[in-house]
Design a protein around this ligand. Structure first.
Ligand SMILES: [Zn+2]
Ligand SMILES: [Zn+2]
Length: 553
């Protein structure tokens, strides 16, 4: 008996940029597409990484047939070290380059042994239960990026992955127009399409245009050239290498993830380094400045990254010197603009010439602009459209764009993370919702930072903390010594003697006439907290976190 519908359940990447994860269910077969991570935003104090909540899958692990990874960017592979163990290591399917990037990541987490990675190439068809998954090449800012066509018994579901159409990509392999057109001719039931760049009219320029800008910069740079980009933006790294070769410069890599990824890409044959061109970071100073290129991480202003360290004069091997040209070859991910701007300011402050996207053509997007999005829809001519990969407004704009191409309104579904979208040949709609949110990674802890811890951190960051230590008589519950008050991040203690003295008095006053309750600890603590917070707000209009400590003797 044929099952009549397919369920599409986005667990990340819809209504946000990052941590992409899509679950596709046909009967008992579950396929997962991508397992990404996201940068924490300003409100998430101390959080290192944000990953999707996979709890929906936890009682269905035995139905998971595989995780298909469309390409090797962090927002598509970043949560693998956490989701793989949580889901009992389902097999991964990825192209060679993507597989290499996954290996680098799993190795760092010591999970490589346990993971099963199947290498696929565009054109491959993988049978998963009653479905066949076809791998389709697209262009993006990393080589070997793919879309997926999942042929189910009720129709074909296409997931575009991140894509653009580039007729002259760095690796010389344009998207597979032929296959996309064939899929359209055979009939596509649903297209899940990348919405990241829907706000931009026209076409995204080819990677090729970067070459011209790099040429100009290399021809005129009086000293060293320092280029920061994503460690996974390997096509950009290749462009730098080509240009460095033309201008007879040697190249050094700085930043752990950059070194690891480039090494892997060289081993797999995805990066071509002319012999003798790659030098060790320790040897940079052995070459004249005008012969050196440094490729580093930190294009997002991440606090511990190479470029940020360089900008803060805190890097072991690289110090900005007169004549340095720094290129930021990446766009700040939304939310990172402030950190990026701070880094740029610091670099200028130290005398470097700094080139970045808003003043020079040093980066092009890896995502399809409006005309390419239209091209994809017209090639596939899907019955239904479901915008993915974008904030809510971008999903809506992508829906409108599909509507403008003649896709009826009730054939377009706007889903958000956790929605269960049920598709049959007759309809597409959101039919249910599953628990789904952000899981925070902080240090070694995964998911142990919840809303309560985060709220505490926000309070601490806003108004600081104040501790009141009080010693009471075990028998009577009356204060014997103290209270001693210690605070951090609230007021400067030495200048606030008077305030703190009044606070102490206020606490002691609150014990007068309290004989009946005074031996009840939680009551006493509440009383102190309440008294203090009222008093401090009255005096300062601040609300520090208050921690009463009561000791009995
Ligand atoms: Zn991407
Ligand atoms: Zn992406």
């Amino acid at each position: 008996m044929t099952i009549e519908n397919v369920r599409l359940i986005p667990l990340g990447g819809l209504g946000e940029v990052g941590k992409n994860m899509m679950v596709v269910e046909y009967g008992d077969d579950i396929m997962i597409i991508d397992s990404g991570s996201m940068f924490p935003d300003d409100e998430m104090f101390g959080v290192d990484l944000v990953i999707p909540d996979t709890s929906y899958l936890h009682d269905k692990k035995h139905h998971i047939r595989g995780i298909f990874i469309t390409h090797g960017h962090e927002d598509h592979i970043g949560s693998l070290p956490y989701t793989l163990p949580a889901l009992d290591f389902p097999p991964i399917y990825a192209t060679r380059m993507t597989q290499g990037l996954i290996q680098v990541k799993l190795k760092e987490h010591k999970l490589l042994e346990k993971a099963v990675i199947n290498v696929v190439t565009s054109g491959d068809r993988i049978t998963i239960g009653d479905c066949v998954v076809e791998i389709v090449r697209v262009n993006h800012s990393v080589p070997d990026a793919t879309a997926l066509a999942i042929h189910t018994p009720i129709g074909t579901i296409v997931h575009t992955g991140d894509y653009k159409f580039d007729h002259t990509p760095t690796d010389g392999r344009p998207a597979d127009f032929g296959t996309l057109a064939r899929l359209g001719n055979e009939g596509v039931l649903v297209m899940m399409g990348d919405s990241t760049r829907v706000e931009t009219p026209g076409y995204t320029p080819s990677e090729r245009v970067i070459n011209d800008s790099f040429d100009k910069i290399f021809a005129n740079a009086p000293g060293r050239i320092i280029i920061a980009t994503f460690a996974s933006l390997l096509s950009r790294v290749q462009q730098v290498i080509h240009t460095a070769e033309r201008y007879e410069r040697v190249v050094a890599l700085v930043g752990r993830s950059m070194v690891n990824n480039v090494q892997m890409a060289i081993e797999l044959g995805y990066l071509n380094f002319p012999k003798g061109m790659l030098i060790r970071a320790e040897d940079i100073n052995k070459f004249p400045a005008e012969r050196v290129v440094i490729i580093c991480t930190g294009s997002q202003g991440e606090p511990t990254s190479a470029l940020t360290r360089i900008a803060n004069q805190d890097h072991r091997q690289v110090r900005i010197q007169p004549g340095d040209t720094v290129i930021l070859s990446a766009t700040p991910v939304p939310g990172n603009e402030k950190m990026v701007n701070r880094t740029i300011n610091n670099l200028f402050r130290q005398g470097a010439e700094v080139l970045y996207q808003s003043i020079a053509m040093v980066h092009v997007s890896g995502h399809a602009a409006q005309e390419e999005l239209k091209l994809m829809i017209n090639l596939l001519r899907p019955t239904y459209v479901m915008p993915i990969h974008g904030e809510y407004r971008q999903l809506i704009l992508h829906a409108k764009l599909a509507y403008s191409l003649g896709i009826p309104e009730d054939h377009i579904v706007i889903g958000e993370d956790g929605d269960i979208v049920t598709v049959s040949p007759a309809s597409i709609k959101v039919t249910d919702h599953v628990a789904c949110g952000n899981v925070f990674v902080d240090g070694l802890g995964v998911g142990d930072i919840g809303q309560i811890v985060l709220r505490d951190r926000q309070v601490l960051a806003q108004d600081g903390i104040l501790m009141a230590v009080l010693t009471v008589d075990k028998e009577t519950g009356q204060p014997l010594a103290g209270p001693d008050i210690v605070s951090r991040g609230f007021v400067y203690m030495r200048d606030s003697e008077e305030l703190l003295e009044s606070a102490r008095e206020r606490i002691l006053e609150s014990f007068v006439g309290l004989n009946g309750h005074a031996s009840d600890w939680s009551f006493v603590k509440d009383k102190i907290r309440h008294t203090l917070s009222e008093f401090l707000y009255e005096k300062t209009h601040r609300r520090p976190m208050i921690l009463p400590v009561v000791m009995e003797v």
